[in-house]
Design a protein around this ligand. Structure first.
Ligand SMILES: Nc1ncnc2c1ncn2[C@@H]1O[C@H](COP(=O)(O)OP(=O)(O)O)[C@@H](O)[C@H]1O
Ligand SMILES: [Mg+2]
Length: 643
């Protein structure tokens, strides 16, 4: 190789490198100083990044670097699978002889080191200590690399970056390779990060969109959750995309203290799920009655069939307005009042009723008889009696041109009582038998009929009717019920029945997402709960365990992850972690999802709406946590309200 060829190659490799990496205009120069083995605890089944090694990078000091460099950024260091120049020369030129392989590391901690301060000990002469400390303040402003340096603690993310030097392309390959100690550390630039997290997802979203028959309304480039919280000082914002279908099917969790933005993030995700697909469905168990406000625009959108079920009946839009929880800033807002009134006027607001509050249908009476018949299988004369009553009922239905699903009426009850008692006599049914007891108590059915005529317009929904609603064409059902017992009872019945139906139908689509905000209410730790709390938690766990196969997903949002059902938590394949002030909560996150503690601690600095996102399946790169800033859902509402 002569001199110019060598130079050309160098120039070429430099341009490739500068298209993939950034050195902040010459300000970042670092090398891998040491690789320190660390212990890992509790590697779970879908173990994401594990800090098997703490890779220390030492970078020359520059005052801007402390501002530019952030935890969560990704560094590449050449590894032993990379071919060295000498190897290349001796080997044949195979197709990958010009590949460079790098081990990828995520920055978990950054700190500046000062040589003078390091040298100080508590026993140093006191005036000397003060002098050195005072001096150092000025030093940080300068760029004296001989007294200061920047240290980075980084963790392998178990991916390699392979750069094909002949055409400048690159790819990511799974697996850990030992990095070369002492070699240069390169920082992935914004463009590469964007590719790494989004390229695959955007392709998937495009494919989904093409498949969708009646086209989703939301444009793909509006489907991002927010932006990547990295390179914030650069002008360009990097959006972050997820595959919503995978997020639903493989369940997701949102964890942060109260006020961290869980409901805000969740409402934004739900909005995008509904607008971005044409058939995905959502059921919200809204124990704090926030979602009629948070999804106001969706409830007002006539393209999306929705329903709000409240705890008790309301008479007018004012009562609806009062029963919905609004953030403090919106409490006296006339636009909100108007918008909620519009939702009420659409007729989609109703309430929950227990089955015993409803007039029974012919079907229910017939069902009772089928049951009695099964119990009497060893008494032929009882079966004959039952058969006769069944015939009379069917006759009545046909004569009056009714169907089984219709509610019974008074005339029917009178006839039924007469015929039933006649049949008891005719077939000599024992007075102590269940069958006789049933026949003798029929008169009470009269009591369950009366209410029906008074208010026809809105007589509420039973659990069965809500289930049918979800099974029908309603895409969003919001159960704003604050009575914990009532809502848990509904959770148990709905999740159980929907799962049962899906199994029978061998159906996967449309996906249904069950949303549990304030999830500590619904998925309590099994060892510390009893009664309905326990039953509800078990039911949700079953839903999460089995639902995936049938297109049923779950979302769990809570501020106290420590008291949750851990088996349920382990089913979540995507998680958003905000600020968790209690170390114990962070420990649970760290051990359940195997996220490094150092990276988790960064969440303590988060403002509301900032999240650590990690996903096994829904982001472009498996289980690599990334810091994001979620879009503020209130902006969408604001826009909607002032339209
Ligand atoms: N993405 C965001 N951007 C800006 N502000 C946000 C964001 N998310 C939440 N907030 C602010 O934080 C407040 C609390 O959010 P909320 O979703 O109610 O929290 P949580 O449900 O965790 O208690 C909101 O009223 C909002 O002002
Ligand atoms: Mg909330």
């Amino acid at each position: 190789m002569n001199q110019t060829e060598d130079n050309n190659k160098k120039v070429n490799s430099d341009t490739i490198f500068s298209s993939i990496f950034t050195d902040f205009e010459g300000r970042f120069k670092g090398r891998l100083g040491a690789v320190i083995p660390t212990k890992i605890f509790n590697a779970s089944e879908n173990a994401p990044i594990s800090a098997r090694y703490d890779c220390r990078i030492k970078a020359g000091y520059h005052k801007d670097i402390m501002r530019l460099l952030e935890e969560g950024m990704i560094v590449a260091v050449r590894n032993f699978k990379s071919k060295t120049e000498n190897q290349k020369k001796t080997e044949d030129r195979t197709e990958n002889s010009s590949d460079k392989r790098f081990t990828l590391l995520v920055i978990s901690r950054i700190w500046p080191d000062h040589y003078g301060l390091r040298g100080l000990s508590d026993s140093t002469y006191y005036p000397m200590q003060f002098e050195v400390i005072e001096q150092s303040v000025m030093d940080w402003e300068g760029d004296d690399m001989s007294t200061m340096m920047i240290q980075l603690s980084t963790i392998p993310i178990n991916y390699d970056l392979i750069i094909h030097e002949d055409d400048g392309s690159y790819e990511f390959a799974k697996g850990f390779s030992y990095p070369i100690i002492g070699d240069e550390a390169y920082l992935l630039n914004a463009e590469t990060i964007r590719d790494m997290y989004n390229k695959k997802i955007l392709e998937q979203l495009q494919k989904e969109k093409e498949k969708a028959k009646n086209g989703a309304t939301l444009d793909i480039n509006e489907q991002n959750i927010g932006i990547i919280k990295m390179f914030e000082n650069s002008k360009e914002k990097i959006p972050i995309f997820v595959n919503y279908d995978n997020m639903i099917r493989y369940h997701f969790g949102i964890f942060s203290f109260t006020g961290g933005g869980k409901s805000n993030l969740l409402s934004n995700l739900l909005r995008k799920i509904l607008l971005g697909s044409s058939d995905n469905k959502i059921v919200i168990f809204d124990i704090s009655s926030e979602y009629p406000f948070l999804l106001m625009d969706i409830f007002n959108n006539s393209a999306i069939k929705s329903k709000i079920i409240l705890e008790s009946p309301i008479k007018n839009s004012d009562q609806f307005y009062i029963s919905v929880v609004k953030p403090r800033d919106y409490e006296e807002n006339e636009n909100v009042r108007r918008s909620l009134a519009k939702i009420y006027d659409k007729g989609i607001v109703s309430h929950f009723i227990k089955p015993q509050d409803v007039t029974p249908t012919f079907h229910i009476i017939l069902e009772q008889l089928y049951k009695l018949r099964e119990e009497s299988s060893n008494r032929p004369h009882y079966i004959s009696a039952i058969g006769e009553i069944q015939r009379k009922i069917v006759e009545f239905i046909i004569q009056n041109e009714l169907v089984e699903k219709d509610p019974i009426n008074e005339r029917f009850v009178q006839l039924l009582v007469t015929h039933a008692l006649q049949a008891m006599e005719k077939f000599k049914v024992n007075e102590k038998s269940t069958l006789f007891g049933w026949a003798a108590s029929l008169e009470y059915l009269i009591n369950s009929i009366q209410k029906n005529d008074s208010k026809k317009s809105d007589d509420g929904f039973t659990t069965d009717q809500i289930i049918n609603m979800i099974d029908g064409d309603t895409r969003l059902v919001c159960l704003s019920i604050s009575d914990p017992y009532k809502i848990k009872d509904i959770v148990i019945n709905i999740s159980n029945e929907i799962l049962r139906r899906r199994k029978r139908q061998f159906k996967v689509r449309p996906y249904v997402l069950f949303v549990f905000d304030e999830a500590q209410e619904f998925v309590a730790d099994l060892s510390n709960s009893r009664g309905i709390d326990k039953e509800c938690s078990q039911e949700v766990e079953t839903l999460l365990r089995q639902g995936r196969k049938y297109g049923l997903g779950g979302c769990i949002a809570t501020q106290r992850i420590a008291y949750l059902n851990t088996s349920a938590l382990q089913q979540l394949h995507t998680y958003f972690v905000g600020t968790l002030p209690r170390p114990y909560d962070r420990n649970v996150v760290s051990s359940t999802f195997t996220i490094d503690q150092g990276i988790l601690e960064k969440t303590l600095e988060f403002a509301p709406g900032e999240w650590l996102l990690s996903s096994y399946i829904a982001t472009g790169i498996e289980n690599i946590p990334i810091f994001i800033k979620a879009d503020n859902s209130e902006k969408v509402l604001e826009e909607f309200l002032t339209k």
